[in-house]
Design a protein. Structure first.
Length: 327
């Protein structure tokens, strides 16, 4: 396992906040980074394209100022998520702005393109590519990704179906570079468990939807807090790609969560930064199976502080149990 030198020692806990479509914004990213985790956002959340330039300028300026104010603080770098699918007509412009502002980490999704990786590498940036299976992992590495994000069963958004144990174990048979694990992680003990399995980072999304800084409506945040794993439904109907959604929001849209038809992948269209059916399903809300661990609405910094406490407690408990077992 290997954490890139540009990230080593800069995090307060080994966590990446996943890019949340529509929801992630500079307020959330800055709160995450200032609390010591990698904050991220999808480039397509900034609309029109000029707003992306403004967001990147603001994030760079505020993080630089925070580091100058307290050079000893663990202030993490940020990441930008690029959808590199061929239907995303904004990809070249988004990539150019990432290069202009030297985004330290870029997360690529829905395809693997060598020219994107080369552009990010030109200024020393790091590329992490999200994958749901081993075939996609090999393809991403062959095309120049520096690291992988293993999107396992139970993750929010476009999730895979493999157990995290199986996915991480098989990846580690051929790759010892940076690896993040996504899938139902919502507390500090689970962050430690991800490391124990072989990941370098935990990748957390759903829990941040309920934070004050997140750009989600109050009803969405409240549903995250009120829900449990049993309330998650896995469907391809809404974007053409399988993902996990809150069943109560599906029911509120007039559909039966237990009897959903398959979607059509051909409906994917990123001209507007969303699938062609996204407006029809704008109140169908994504979330992962870890929502049962989200117990209330709070600031992102407060939630990350809780993660750090839980992580430290889990490490201490594991050490005590190991000593007791070996004595």
């Amino acid at each position: 396992m290997a954490i890139p030198s540009s990230l080593a020692g800069r995090l307060s806990i080994p966590v990446i906040g996943s890019p949340l479509f529509i929801i992630s914004n500079p307020d959330l990213v800055l709160a995450q980074c200032k609390a010591g985790i990698i904050g991220s956002f999808p480039a397509l959340n900034a609309r029109p394209i000029e707003q992306l330039d403004e967001w990147l300028s603001r994030i760079n300026e505020e993080l630089d100022a925070a580091r100058r104010t307290d050079p000893t603080a663990k202030i993490a770098p940020y990441a930008v998520n690029l959808i590199v699918h061929k239907s995303n007509v904004r990809n070249e412009e988004d990539l150019a702005l990432c290069v202009k502002h030297k985004a330290p980490v870029v997360i690529t999704s829905l395809g693997a393109r060598p020219e994107v990786n080369e552009a990010i590498h030109s200024y020393g940036g790091i590329v992490l590519h999200d994958i749901i299976n081993i075939a996609f992992a090999h393809k991403a590495l062959e095309k120049g990704a520096d690291g992988l994000i293993a999107v396992a069963a139970g993750a929010g958004g476009h999730a895979g179906t493999l157990s995290p144990f199986a996915l991480i174990s098989e990846i580690r048979q051929f790759f010892d570079g940076p690896l993040a694990l996504s899938g139902a992680i919502s507390n500090g003990a689970q962050v430690l468990a991800a490391q124990a399995m072989g990941a370098d980072f935990a990748y957390i999304g759903s829990a941040f939807i309920a934070t004050h800084e997140a750009r989600a409506v109050d009803e969405y945040k409240d549903m995250i807090v009120a829900s449990a794993a049993k309330d998650i439904v896995y469907s391809s109907l809404f974007t053409g790609v399988h993902g996990n959604y809150l069943a109560p929001s599906v029911a509120a849209s007039g559909l039966d969560p237990n009897n959903l038809p398959d979607g059509d992948k051909a409906t994917m269209n990123f001209r507007a930064g969303e699938s062609s059916k996204a407006k029809a399903w704008k109140d169908v809300w994504g979330a992962g199976q870890g929502v049962g661990g989200v117990t209330g609405r709070m600031g992102a910094g407060e939630f990350i502080a809780r993660l750090r406490r839980e992580y430290a407690e889990a490490r201490a408990r594991l050490l005590m149990e190991t000593v007791a077992f070996t004595s």
